[in-house]
Design a protein around this ligand. Structure first.
Ligand code: MN
Ligand code: MN
Length: 325
């Protein structure tokens, strides 16, 4: 797909299909029934799918994530009462479709994905990526830093994803932030993992992560600090650095997100995560991803609905920031 990257003309944003005249379960499936990128004369915020799951280490299926999250996003309505905002009226939000990525050659896929992200992020415009497995965060970060320089990372996940290799493979869904760190894409001193829990291979996993410079907000810290305390810790950590948010849906408890590849008991509630994201509304979010939704393990779209609502919160923040530029 060829994309015209010219800035958006000063005309009213084209919103989603009106749910009062066309039922939300009808019509073409784009994210929140927003216009496709080539249906409008420019955009401020793009949603893009990356149906890629060749990097998983356990249950597969995240390649079907973008389609499932789009389908679940039909439920979304135009007004966000928690942030008192009309995200699709503040700025032009579009669905940019899916990036093509080679399912048999990960390094080639990473190259293709980065090439796909670049025009969507031109002029510093934020992108929200729907994965796909967590491997897709690496090419997204490569493209983001080409625009913004090294970024702070707030990484919501049950897992650190800073392992070195699996079976000798350097590019997997468990290694993107080790590679990103080595490539100088991250402000490690400004970055945090949030929601970490579950078993590890050894204590060395934590020590290696610490040596890379990350800080960890453990999931069990939520009981002690609550959402406001967690938000304070994150804000303190990132300061005024440009921020990339990466959400592995397995940060949520399997009760809130059963449809994922590597579930871990004892996770966050969707209410907690939504609240923490709202607490980041004053930060400078340069792009974000929501990954690891695996529809074959989902029931009643529980996981896809959670992901669609998380994306909506992020879009609300990005859209308000774009309108204020
Ligand atoms: Mn994970
Ligand atoms: Mn992950």
């Amino acid at each position: 797909m060829t994309i015209d990257t010219a800035p958006r003309p000063q005309e009213e944003p084209v919103g989603p299909v009106d749910g009062q005249s066309s039922p939300r379960y009808a019509g073409f499936t784009t994210f929140a029934r927003l216009p496709r990128i080539n249906d409008v004369s420019g955009w401020d915020v793009a949603v893009v799918g990356v149906p890629f799951d060749a990097g998983v280490t356990f249950r597969s299926g995240a390649r079907f994530g973008p389609a499932a999250v789009r389908e679940a996003s039909r439920l979304l309505r135009p007004y966000n009462p928690a942030l008192e905002s009309m995200p699709f009226a503040d700025a032009q939000v579009v669905d940019a479709g899916d990036l093509d990525a080679n399912p048999f050659d990960i390094e080639s896929a990473l190259h293709d994905m980065q090439k796909g992200f670049a025009p969507l992020m031109s002029d510093g415009r934020p992108v929200i990526t729907l994965g796909g497995d967590h491997t897709v965060a690496l090419p997204a970060l490569r493209a983001v830093t080409a625009e913004h320089g090294p970024v702070a990372l707030v990484h919501f996940d049950a897992h650190l994803d800073t392992w070195d290799t699996y079976f000798g493979a350097p590019y997997t869904h468990g290694t993107p932030f080790r590679r990103a760190s080595e490539e100088g894409l991250l402000r490690n001193d400004r970055s945090a993992h949030v929601g970490i829990r579950g078993s590890l291979y050894s204590k060395q996993d934590l020590l290696d992560d610490h040596d890379l410079g990350f800080t960890i907000v453990h999931c069990r810290d939520f009981d002690r600090l609550g959402a406001p305390g967690i938000i304070d810790r994150i804000l303190d950590r990132i300061g005024d650095a440009p921020l990339y948010i990466s959400i592995d849906i397995d940060v949520l408890d399997p009760g809130f997100a059963p449809g994922t590849g590597t579930p871990e008991a004892g996770g966050m509630t969707s209410r907690e995560l939504l609240e923490v994201l709202r607490g980041l509304s004053e930060t400078r979010i340069v792009s974000a991803d929501i990954v690891e939704v695996s529809p074959p393990y989902d029931h009643a779209s529980i996981t896809a609905v959670a992901a669609a609502n998380l994306a909506y919160e992020l879009i609300t923040i990005m859209s308000a920031q774009q309108a204020a530029r």
